[in-house]
Write a protein that binds this ligand. Structure first.
Ligand SMILES: C[S@@+](CC[C@H](N)C(=O)[O-])C[C@H]1O[C@@H](n2cnc3c(N)ncnc32)[C@H](O)[C@@H]1O
Length: 240
């Protein structure tokens, strides 16, 4: 009784590990997360061309809300459904975008499994995260020598991260381009140099990608180039 969680990388179907590809080709059942029942699954769209016609695909809804109490119900229901399938002996996969350990729906499934389904063995296949795909696409190295890197979700209270931001050389902001205007404002308030390098990207490693590399002074008071959820922003204190 084993469940495989497969990291599907940032979007380009070629940015998969060989282990991920082999498992996807051999799967009997593949579970995929989606935010609404009528919305396509991004993880599925990345690997769809490798999936066998006979493989059963099951969509699991994880609503995009912040209230943990209402989400818990979905985590429990979805984990129960996955567990029932794993127990039939079918080769079962759970897919996730990027890497499973970074802000992924998998984290909640994994927690539920460890708590309530201890007899299910788990194997996690790492994936290329949006962060490293972004670094490759923009050709910006994230940190060197003794520099510090922080990863911050932009869609929560940014006042709480001011100290983290002050102590970091490079900061990666994930989760939603609609909040990047607030990030620029917060960086200015935190005393980030006007010359700091800022790269903003959307849909990294896909055909829809956009990428802009600017300085803080060029972005202040302007509408940021992306309003999409699948956006990433990297700020470097030292523009070398
Ligand atoms: C729920 S988190 C999932 C992160 C994922 N596990 C990873 O390893 O990249 C979703 C956020 O990741 C970022 N993201 C994931 N894929 C992306 C892509 N192809 N381009 C830009 N941002 C991406 C965005 O910030 C998005 O809001």
């Amino acid at each position: 009784m084993k469940l495989f969680c497969v990291g599907c990388g940032p979007g380009d179907p070629e940015l998969l590990t060989i282990r991920a590809l082999n498992l996807i080709k051999e799967a009997d059942v593949i579970f995929v997360p989606t935010s609404k029942s009528d919305k396509p699954s991004i993880a599925l769209s990345i690997v769809a061309k490798y999936i066998n016609k006979t493989t059963k695909i099951i969509h699991l809804v994880f609503p995009m809300v912040k209230d943990k109490n209402s989400l818990k119900e979905y985590w429990e229901k979805n984990t129960a459904e996955i567990s029932r399938m794993v127990k039939t002996g079918k080769k079962t996969l759970y897919l996730t975008v990027g890497d499973p350990s970074l802000y992924s729906t998998w984290i909640y499934i994994h927690r539920e499994l460890k708590k309530n389904y201890k007899d299910i063995e788990i194997e996690i296949i790492p994936g290329i995260t949006s962060i490293f795909a972004f670094a490759a696409e923009s050709k910006i190295s994230l940190v060197e020598g003794n520099e510090h890197l922080s990863i911050v979700p932009a869609c929560y209270d940014l006042n709480k991260v001011k100290n983290t931001v002050k102590a970091s050389d490079t900061i990666v902001f994930l989760k939603d381009g609609r909040y990047f205007d607030n990030v620029i404002e917060m960086l200015s308030d935190t005393g980030f140099s006007e010359e700091s390098q800022i790269a903003i990207a959307q849909d990294v490693s896909t055909n829809e990608n956009i990428l802009e590399i600017k300085h803080l002074k060029d972005l202040k008071g302007k509408k940021q180039p992306t309003q999409k959820y699948f956006s990433i922003m990297v700020v470097k204190r030292n523009d070398r």
